[in-house]
Structures are given as structure tokens and as C-alpha cells.
Design a protein around this ligand. Structure first.
Ligand code: B12
Length: 207
């Protein structure tokens, strides 16, 4: 069934993709399993783009489908949420990068799980993160980025936060971010998906 969803997305059949998403949910699939299938589909489309078999309009359509599917998943995710407030988080897609679908999912999940999220949007310069942490008193910062070109701005943002003497934990994530990139940027941790972001935030909120 989830292979059918992957096929519907990669074949750009948005209506079928939404129908299958609902069917999967009704059949008991978890929103995170469905997001996993979406990620696989996005990887296929991304690969086609890399190989010159797909172009910007396909990437845009893929993005629109992701947004539509997320819209279906959100109410189901909300059913699994907790009520208490655990802490403040500043979140954004770093400078030079405008991919925001994944960041929005991360923000939504953090919010659902009891964190007060200030979402700075996309293409956010390091100084904006610094300023907002000062304003909100947040103890956690989340940086998202999908481009290779986002790694330097991530590193610059971590440095700017440290240089400003702010006592924050920084998590990073997005497409190709892994432990190597975490080391390169000097962030405290990386998370592979929204659930990992929630687990990290929970761990840090307890410290
Ligand atoms: C959709 C898409 C677009 C859409 C974005 C729409 C939007 N509003 O976000 C549009 C069309 C705008 C776009 C533009 C471009 N794109 Co694009 N895009 C994609 C695509 C197909 C999917 C990305 C996506 O939304 N995935 C869905 C999410 C939900 O997936 P996910 O990774 O599972 O998300 C989880 C994790 O990432 C994690 N996470 C994310 N952020 C964070 C943060 C924290 C703190 C934590 C803990 C976790 C975390 O949690 C998420 C939720 O579980 C990818 C291919 C791919 N394989 O990802 C290319 C891709 C990222 N794009 C690419 C490129 C090249 C571009 C462009 C430069 C193209 C161009 N020539 O103009 C521009 C960039 C413009 C810019 N300055 O940013 C390349 C990047 C290559 C590289 N190495 O740099 C990719 C990899 C495609 C490819 N294979 O070539 N793109």
C-alpha cells in the first residue's frame, strides 16, 4: 500500500496520493510511516531532477503534493499530542535555502508535543536567530536546510549563537544532514526526522 503511495507521488497523481493517504490512515498506518513513504517518493523525484529527467515544475508539484498530504496528516498527528508546555524553540530554514515543507512538519510536531515554537520562516540570516533567541529566551534552536549550500550558513548560525554567549542547544536537520555535517557545523545534534526533533527537544528540556 505504501508503495502505491510512493508510485502515486512519483507519477504526480495528486488526487490518488491523497486518497491513498486517507486509506492508509483508515487502515491504521501511522502518520510517521506515511511521511517515510513521502520521503522515499521525494528522493525519487530529487534523483530524477539531479539526472536531468525532471525539472523545477516537477519539484514544485512534488512540494505541493507534500503540503497537501501534510494537511491530511496534521489532524491525525494532533490526536497524539500532549498538553503541557515544555519550553521555547526558535526554528528556521537557514540563509540561502527556501525549502520549508520539512521545517513546517518539524515545527508542527514540536508544537504538538508541548513546545512553544517561534518559526522564523526561510532564508533566515544568523543574526535573526541570535536576535530572536535573545527576545524569546528560548533554550533550543532548530536549523533546517536541504541544500549543500546550507551547511555553511548552518555553521555560521551556530557560531553566531555561541559568539553571542547564548546558552542554547542547537539541532540541525534536512535532506542530507548527518553526523558529519553536525560535526562540520558544530551543532549539538542532528535529527533525521520530526520525531527525532521531538525526542531531542524532550531530552534537552529535562536538563
Ligand atoms: C520539493 C523540493 C523543492 C521545492 C521546495 C518547496 C518547499 N516549499 O519547501 C522547490 C521547487 C521550491 C525547490 C527548489 C530548489 N531545490 Co529542491 N527539492 C525538493 C525535494 C524534491 C523535496 C524536499 C522536501 O520537501 N522533502 C519532504 C520532507 C518532508 O522530507 P524529509 O527530508 O523526510 O523531512 C524530514 C527531515 O528532513 C527532518 N528535518 C528537516 N528539517 C529539520 C530540522 C531539524 C532541526 C531537525 C531535527 C530535523 C529536520 O524532519 C523532516 C520531517 O520528518 C528535494 C529532494 C529530496 N530528496 O529531498 C529537492 C532538493 C532538496 N532540491 C534541490 C535543489 C538543487 C533545488 C534548487 C537549487 C533548484 C534550482 N535550480 O532552483 C532550488 C533551491 C532554491 C533555494 N534557494 O532553496 C536539491 C539539492 C541538492 C543539493 N545537494 O544541494 C534536491 C536534493 C534535489 C536533488 N536531488 O537534486 N525544491
Amino acid at each position: 500500500m505504501s508503495q502505491q503511495l510512493i508510485d502515486a507521488i512519483t507519477e504526480m497523481r495528486e488526487e490518488d496520493a491523497l486518497k491513498l493517504t486517507n486509506e492508509l490512515l483508515d487502515g491504521g498506518a501511522s502518520p510517521s510511516d506515511i511521511l517515510g513513504a513521502c520521503k522515499d517518493a521525494m528522493d525519487v523525484i530529487g534523483k530524477r531532477f539531479e539526472e536531468g529527467e525532471a525539472f523545477i515544475p516537477e519539484l514544485m508539484l512534488a512540494g505541493e503534493m507534500m503540503t497537501a498530504i501534510t494537511g491530511v496528516l496534521k489532524p491525525r498527528m494532533a490526536e497524539e499530542s500532549s498538553g503541557e508546555k515544555l519550553g521555547k524553540i526558535v526554528l528556521g530554514t537557514v540563509q540561502g535555502d527556501i525549502h520549508d515543507i520539512a521545517k513546517d512538519i518539524v515545527g508542527f510536531m514540536l508544537d504538538l508535543n508541548g513546545f512553544e515554537v517561534t518559526d522564523l520562516g526561510v532564508d533566515v540570516p544568523p543574526e535573526k536567530f541570535v536576535e530572536t533567541v535573545k527576545e524569546t529566551g528560548a533554550k533550543i534552536v532548530g536549523l533546517s536546510g536541504f541544500l549543500t549550500l546550507a551547511f555553511d550558513p548552518m555553521k555560521d548560525t551556530v557560531k553566531a549563537l555561541r559568539d553571542a554567549g547564548l546558552d542554547v542547544k542547537v539541532m540541525i536537520g534536512g535532506g542530507q544532514v548527518d553526523e558529519n555535517i553536525r560535526q562540520y557545523t558544530d551543532a549539538d545534534a542532528y535529527g533525521k526526522d520530526a520525531m527525532a526533533a521531538v525526542a531531542l527537544a524532550n531530552e534537552w528540556a529535562k536538563e
